[in-house]
Design a protein around this ligand. Structure first.
Ligand code: HEC
Length: 212
């Protein structure tokens, strides 16, 4: 083989190997939810770390323009998407109750209508930035269920104070403990069947009762 060609090839091979090495360092396999992220983790000063993978969790529901006082028509209803950490979700399917360490996350999206081919109804637009976590953790002092509001930057968040207005509505009206299971279609029938749904909170008639 011509010496020059052989030298060029050796260089090319060397370069290819270096590039592969760099690619290996940079390339990360798709990160799957590590169970460690599905239970609450706190900073040394007690702030909750936003689980980066919550979008991989179990989807519970999207409320659309839900309000809690009589109000006029809303041209821009907001979507609230709720997710549950998988271990908590599967425990709930078995028992109708939330285990200690349960994490629920709710994100808010503004809505749009009549864009692209859409002529009616609503789709989700920009994220409203804020994300809220609702956490059941008996290892923390104060209320068993706590709310943590995350800003757009996703920095760890402090717990909202005990018995705040969020907690008051959730404790009084939640279908299962402080959570609004009555609005989550895959969990409502489970809680109903296990007898854990707070009486008077069911939002639909069970099929059996409706048939009577
Ligand atoms: C007047 C009653 C009421 C108040 C006050 C209220 N919520 Fe809720 N919240 C609801 C309802 C109803 C749902 C179910 C929403 C859905 O289906 O999208 C909900 C769902 C949630 C969820 C999803 C997990 C769960 O617990 O079911 C989070 C997180 C949440 N709210 C956070 C908050 C925070 C934070 C505040 C205070 C800033 C707050 N809420 C105030 C009624 C209330």
């Amino acid at each position: 083989m011509n010496r020059n060609i052989s030298r060029t090839m050796t260089r090319a091979t060397g370069l290819a190997l270096i590039l592969l090495g760099i690619a290996g360092l940079v390339w990360q396999p798709v990160q799957h939810a590590s169970p460690a992220e599905n239970t609450p983790h706190y900073t040394a000063d007690g702030k909750l770390i936003l689980p980066a993978n919550y979008r991989d969790w179990n989807y519970l529901s999207s409320g659309l323009g839900m309000t809690y006082a009589k109000s006029g028509p809303d041209d821009h209803p907001m979507f609230t998407n709720v997710y549950a950490a998988p271990e908590a979700y599967h425990a709930f399917l078995k028992t109708g109750q939330w285990p200690d360490g349960t994490m629920l996350v709710m994100e808010m999206y503004s809505s749009g209508t009549e864009g692209s081919i859409n002529k009616g109804g609503y789709y989700q637009l920009a994220s409203m930035g804020g994300v809220e976590a609702h956490v059941k953790d008996s290892s923390r002092p104060g209320d068993l269920w706590k709310f943590y509001g995350f800003e757009e930057d996703g920095k760890p968040a402090e717990a909202r104070g005990n018995n705040n207005p969020c907690t008051q509505c959730h404790t009084k009206n939640g279908g299962v403990e402080d959570t609004f299971v009555q609005f989550y279609p895959t969990l409502r029938p489970v809680a109903r069947a296990k007898g854990t749904l707070r009486p008077g909170t069911d939002v639909e008639k069970p099929a059996a009762a409706a048939a009577k």
